[in-house]
Ligand binder design. Structure first.
Ligand SMILES: Cc1cc2nc3c(=O)[nH]c(=O)nc-3n(C[C@H](O)[C@H](O)[C@H](O)COP(=O)(O)OP(=O)(O)OC[C@H]3O[C@@H](n4cnc5c(N)ncnc54)[C@H](O)[C@@H]3O)c2cc1C
Ligand code: FES
Length: 267
């Protein structure tokens, strides 16, 4: 993890790629030393800063993939090459690459951002990567071509059947486990999906790591905004990536999260 109280590093954006109608990847030419699953606090001048998973990092440049949701993200996706923006980080825990020969990566929505970076790193180390991505419709998928080119075995599902198989990413995981019953599962996406992934991993006795997003303000363990019940651990420092054994002790997992004012919001 980087030192606490890192200053914001302000840079010109080197490249901005529209991935689909609502997601843009913003690249900075900066030698960030990050591991898959870690995040930066992205700063948009005049708007503020928010946590963003690192979706690409090769030691020379890095990228974050922003999905337009509210005020911050809608401003961020208007940024283009040459515009000024900033970041602090990298922060948080990361997915671990151990002795397992195979990784089963399960993503939903923007959850493919950290998993694409993880797939790149795993493939570099000679691991077999099953990359499974679920989306509501075909036009919301992204990074699938990048993952195919990188050498992953890619499977997609859409809720309406407009691409891949009709259904959910968890169905893809069940099929992949019929072909491959070893390795490790890593997942990021909607909590309902991740809860199901944890159940499937229990059933097949395969280790599982997941990225748990909570509302973050400081990103460095100071404000307590991202603490989870009942453990009180902070998802910006003790997370966002945690093992399934730990997530089972977090009673709010799959049930609620807290908003900016600390109020519970059902999931
Ligand atoms: C570790 C981590 C990694 C993330 N990675 C990505 C990513 O790769 N791509 C991406 O598009 N988004 C990512 N997010 C979510 C992102 O930080 C913002 O939540 C999102 O951009 C919406 O912010 P907004 O102001 O545009 O929308 P708002 O309308 O303010 O919020 C929309 C939703 O986002 C949640 N949210 C808002 N602000 C924050 C915050 N500061 N921290 C956490 N959740 C917040 C709200 O609870 C709400 O559910 C990540 C969040 C975390 C915690
Ligand atoms: S965001 Fe401040 S402690 Fe985690």
């Amino acid at each position: 993890m980087s030192e606490k109280h890192d200053p914001i590093i302000t840079l010109r954006i080197s490249r901005a790629v529209q991935e689909n109608p609502s997601v843009k990847t913003i690249y900075f030419d900066y030698p960030l030393k990050a591991k898959p699953g870690q995040f930066v606090m992205l700063w948009v001048p005049g708007i503020g800063e928010k946590p963003m998973s690192i979706s690409f990092c090769d030691g020379k440049s890095f990228g974050v993939s922003v999905s337009a949701v509210g005020e911050f993200s809608k401003a961020a996706i208007k940024l283009k090459a040459g515009d000024l923006a900033g970041f602090r980080g990298p922060f948080g825990t990361h997915f671990t690459l151990g002795k397992e020969k195979t990784l089963l990566l399960v993503s939903g929505g923007c959850g493919c951002a950290p998993l694409a970076f993880l797939a790149d790193e795993a493939l570099k180390r000679g691991k077999k990567v099953f990359y499974m991505q679920g989306a509501k419709t075909r036009d919301l998928l992204f990074f699938t071509e990048r993952m195919k080119k990188a050498g992953a075995e890619v499977a997609v599902s859409t809720d309406d059947g407009s691409a891949g198989s009709r259904g959910f990413a968890t169905d893809l995981l069940k099929s992949a486990l019929q072909k491959n019953k070893s390795g490790k599962i890593c997942t990021c996406g909607p909590e309902i999906m991740m809860k199901k992934v944890v159940e499937i991993s229990d059933g097949s006795k395969i280790p599982c790591e997941l990225s748990l997003e909570r509302y973050m303000k400081c990103g460095i363990g100071v404000c307590g905004q991202c603490s989870v019940d009942p453990l009180g651990i902070r998802m910006c420092t003790e997370g966002p990536v945690i093992k399934k054994e730990l997530v089972k002790k977090i009673s709010e997992f799959g049930k609620y999260r807290r908003d900016a004012s600390g109020r519970r919001v059902p999931i």
